[in-house]
Design a protein around this ligand. Structure first.
Ligand code: ZN
Length: 440
């Protein structure tokens, strides 16, 4: 019989013991940063804090916050890895690199131990998503500098048969799915949808001709939006597991279990803070806030209070699966959030609505506009070819449902025909900002 957990002692540790462990590691990590990184030494000194000030986990709040902008500046100050690094370059064995949504790419360095621990966490998350040595796994993520690339090693260390596909053209990938009959795949939610639809158009019966039973998704909120997940699961006759990762820490830091009740975050490797964006103060369980992460075991480059730009909610409650680490739910990126009528709007909130109305394909696009100096937004949706509702009724329904979900109405809802919105191959661009200084 197969074991239930990848690492039972760590995954089911009591909250109390976990926090004792985190405090010990936090002290070590802050000390490592202070003694070996010129940047951390200077920024802690300027704030008047020292490693000895960490007496409880809450003491982390006394320390300065680290932004992507600072990481970028520190990299320029001391090329190529920056002065947040705490080891000589010969101890660094791997860098991933990401530009995020803006600006110059930053490198995320790993020592040999960091890299091995990173892959052990990936094995843990794959195991939690039901992957076993009997699985055949297709890794359909980008290998080029992307931190999700090496995650395939985690699946391989677990014992699965791994196919290093990378980002192939859709036809090639479908050929691999037919030829080798893999049982699991990892991609983005929009691509999982696109791939399934393309297969269907080519006459492939996705549920019968292919063997995919597990679809791991990351990179967009869709995998945790129940209606989106259900739509992909029905298309593929497979189960969708959402993962969350960040270039500066691990390819995946958190993942869903079979209960899909939030993503278990590897708290033995990172301390999670969820704070109010305006006040910087911690929010309560269940409340939305920005996630800050502090690494607890990174050797090459500790990240202390790194502002992830992700808005989440969290719970400390033990999951039905028996795991005890915090579970987070990703609401969206701070970059994608806009304020309309005094309400914080995330594209994922609109996705909740478009995916649950049967007469819609689920595809959508949000356009932010200025109207009389006020921020408003329009929503484009697609009516399914076989839907019998009139456009007028559908428009009223979508408007009403968005009002219920968000507390604010869109200025206009535009009903398009099936197929009119562009289908994303990897990350879907669902937000257009037409305000002055906006992205458009
Ligand atoms: Zn669970």
């Amino acid at each position: 019989m197969s074991k239930k957990y990848w690492n039972e002692a760590i995954e089911t540790i009591s909250r109390e013991e976990l926090e004792i462990y985190q405090l010990e590691k936090l002290k070590e990590q802050i000390t490592l940063a202070y003694e070996n990184s010129p940047y951390y030494k200077k920024s802690f000194d300027e704030r008047g804090v020292k490693p000895e000030d960490i007496k409880s986990l809450a003491d982390i709040q006394k320390f300065p916050i680290l932004t992507k902008q600072i990481v970028r500046e520190r990299q320029d100050a001391l090329p190529i890895l920056g002065d947040l690094v705490t080891v000589p370059e010969e101890k660094v064995v791997f860098i991933s690199s990401s530009s995020g949504s803006t600006g110059v790419p930053t490198a995320s360095p790993f020592s040999k131990r960091d890299f091995d621990e990173f892959q052990d966490v990936q094995s843990r998350l794959f195991w939690e998503a039901g992957m076993r040595p009997s699985d055949r796994y297709v890794h359909a993520l980008n290998f080029s500098l992307f931190v999700g690339g090496p995650d395939v090693i985690g699946a391989q260390n677990l014992g699965a048969l791994c196919i290093w596909a990378g980002t192939l053209p859709t036809d090639r990938l479908l050929f691999i799915l037919q030829q080798y009959q893999p049982t699991a795949i990892w991609t983005t939610p929009s691509y999982a949808w696109y791939l399934g639809e393309t297969a269907k158009q080519k006459g492939i019966d996705v549920a019968k001709d292919l063997a995919i039973k597990t679809i791991i998704v990351a990179g967009e909120p869709g995998g945790s939006i129940p209606a989106t997940r259900k739509a992909i699961e029905e298309l593929w006759d497979a189960e969708v597991y959402d993962f969350y990762g960040i270039s500066d820490i691990f390819g995946a830091c958190a993942g869903a279990c079979e209960y899909h009740a939030g993503l278990h975050i590897a708290e033995d490797h990172m301390l999670v803070e969820v704070v109010d964006e305006k006040t910087g103060l911690p929010v309560k369980e269940g409340e939305r806030g920005e996630m800050l992460l502090t690494t607890l075991r990174k050797e090459a480059r500790p990240m202390i209070r790194f502002k992830t730009g992700d808005i989440v909610t969290y719970t400390n409650e033990r999951c039905e699966c028996g795991r005890t680490h915090k579970r987070i739910e990703i609401i969206g990126r701070t970059d994608d959030m806009f304020i309309s009528g005094g309400v914080n709007v995330f594209p994922s909130d609109i996705e909740h609505v478009t995916r649950k109305i049967d007469a819609l394909t689920g595809e959508y696009r949000v356009t932010i506009i200025k109207d009389n100096h006020m921020t408003k937004f329009n929503v484009e949706v697609e009516k399914r070819a076989d839907a019998i509702t009139s456009n007028e009724d559908l428009k009223a329904l979508v408007t009403h449902e968005i009002k219920v979900q968000l507390g604010v109405k869109p200025k206009d809802v535009i009903i398009l025909e099936d197929g009119e919105l562009p289908r994303a191959t990897h990350k879907a661009k669902r937000l257009i900002d037409l305000r002055e200084g906006g992205e458009a």
